[in-house]
Write a protein that binds this ligand. Structure first.
Ligand code: NAD
Length: 427
């Protein structure tokens, strides 16, 4: 195994703004003032939260909630718990949420939240106290009508349940619609947990069709980076459709078998592992570093971990024909250009991973109406939205002779900008 190269983490906010600038240049009627507004967040909240630790000490944690844009409706976006979270990352993720909701036509703006913490170092009680304190601190800008959080990296349905309960205790009545990605028992939606991965696989199938792929799924090799919510469901659903999963990785490294991995056994192993990772997995496969893993020969590569995975240094060595971005922000603009020149198709995050926020929207609608849908109906509506959005973006790409990322941005920014111009600048 080649040792990991330490790379500088690219600044996600610089990347998000540069992606915006590139796409804005294709929208001729975008007024300078509206452009300047869309380039910045609407509001940012930083909170410092004292939390009682199990040993009796008090530790202060930093958290953020950023609303990027609320022109189309309440803001929507996940909450990330990660030691490297910072304001620029949360800003970028919030902006990407605005475009993501717009590209698939949801009546939402974009937001994101984060806490600087490694949740694996906290006990369950500490995690709950931190989450409840954060929910209280951001409740001044969170509500079912105004801003609705959801899960992201290292947060899950239980954490969403604590947020919903904390908010409800303060209001004096149960308010399920304040957060999505909740357990089904308290107003969560069927299909939400797998929704992002499901949308990724739908995008992959549409992209293969667009590329004129005619082979059977068993002949098409898929590599998935990240084995959490997005990666594990994407791998499972791709395997169910017959695709050959040859590589899976997580924070413990990469696992490769060109004949196909035993996906189900790996998933069971992770579920039993105390840290929910593949560390120690010794099924039939080769163990690789993250760097080697991304450069594996394969047809489809699905990044489903963190930002900044494809940069100018490794983009020339990527051997996939198609990249479907399950993660947010895995590709820098420099890497995008290299992929474009090399004929590698990239289905951008704001389209490919929009399945999660789409079913979050369904969850919010069900909570507000107190009327719950069957899973079949949810999956059918999700598939319809993903396929229609994909086709619309592909059409823009063809008409403007641009790649799928630019096309998705043109559609999204156009929608938000039109709404902003119709509403006008207040006062
Ligand atoms: P998660 O916490 O459930 O899983 C993250 C996975 O990435 C874990 O398996 C972890 O071990 C792995 N990982 C972390 N660092 C890694 C590294 N250096 N190399 C390889 N693997 C690494 O998070 P998630 O919810 O699956 O989110 C993954 C990505 O998808 C993030 O970019 C997130 O913003 C994006 N996303 C998530 C959702 C959602 O609904 N959860 C929706 C849209 C986009």
């Amino acid at each position: 195994m080649i040792p990991e190269v330490v790379r500088e983490k690219p600044n996600p906010w610089r990347i998000a703004q540069s992606q915006f600038d590139r796409a804005a240049a294709y929208i001729p009627d975008l007024k300078a003032g509206i452009k300047a507004m869309l380039r910045q967040p609407k509001r940012e909240l930083t909170v410092y939260m004292p939390v009682k630790m199990d040993d009796g000490s008090v530790e202060v944690f930093t958290g953020y909630r950023v609303h990027h844009n609320a022109v189309l409706g309440p803001t929507k976006g996940g909450i990330r718990f990660h030691p490297d979270a910072d304001l620029d990352e949360v800003r970028a993720l919030a902006m990407w949420m605005t475009w993501k909701c717009a590209v698939v036509g949801l009546p939402y703006g974009g937001a994101k939240g984060g806490i600087v913490v490694d949740p694996n170092r906290l006990s369950l009680g500490e995690l709950e106290r931190l989450t409840r304190r954060y929910a209280t601190e951001i409740s001044i800008i969170m509500s079912p009508e105004g801003d609705i959080p959801a899960p992201d990296v290292n947060t899950n349905a239980q954490i969403m349940a604590w947020i919903m309960d904390t908010y409800s205790m303060h209001r004096g009545f149960t308010t399920p619609a304040v957060v999505t990605g909740k357990p089904i028992d308290i107003g969560g939606s069927r299909g939400r947990e797998a929704a992002t991965g499901r949308g990724v696989v739908i995008s992959m199938v549409e992209a293969l069709r667009m590329m004129g792929e005619t082979r059977n799924p068993e002949q098409i090799s898929v590599v998935v980076q990240g084995f959490g919510n997005v990666g594990s469901h994407a791998a499972r659903l791709a395997a169910e459709r017959g695709f050959r999963i040859v590589g899976i990785s997580d924070v413990s490294g990469g696992y490769y078998n060109p004949n196909g991995l035993d996906f189900a056994a790996m998933r069971d192993y992770v579920q039993r592992h105390p840290k929910r990772i593949l560390e120690g997995w010794n099924g039939p496969c080769e163990k690789l570093s993250n760097r080697e893993f991304l450069e594996l020969p394969c047809d489809v590569l699905i990044p489903a971990a963190l930002e900044g995975q494809f940069q100018a240094d490794n983009a020339p060595r990527i051997r996939a024909k198609l990249i479907v971005e399950g993660a947010n922000g895995p590709t820098t603009p420099e890497a995008d250009d290299i992929f474009h020149d090399r004929g590698i198709i990239v289905i951008p995050d704001i389209l490919a991973n929009a399945g999660g926020v789409t079913v979050s929207y369904f969850e919010w609608v069900q909570d507000l109406q107190q009327f719950f849908w069957q899973e079949d109906e949810i999956n059918k509506r999700l598939e319809q939205i993903m396929i229609e959005s994909f086709a619309a973006v592909a059409q823009i790409a063809k008409e403007n002779r641009v790649n799928m990322r630019l096309a998705a941005y043109i559609r999204a920014i156009g929608r938000v900008a039109r709404a902003a111009m119709i509403r006008g600048i207040y006062p």
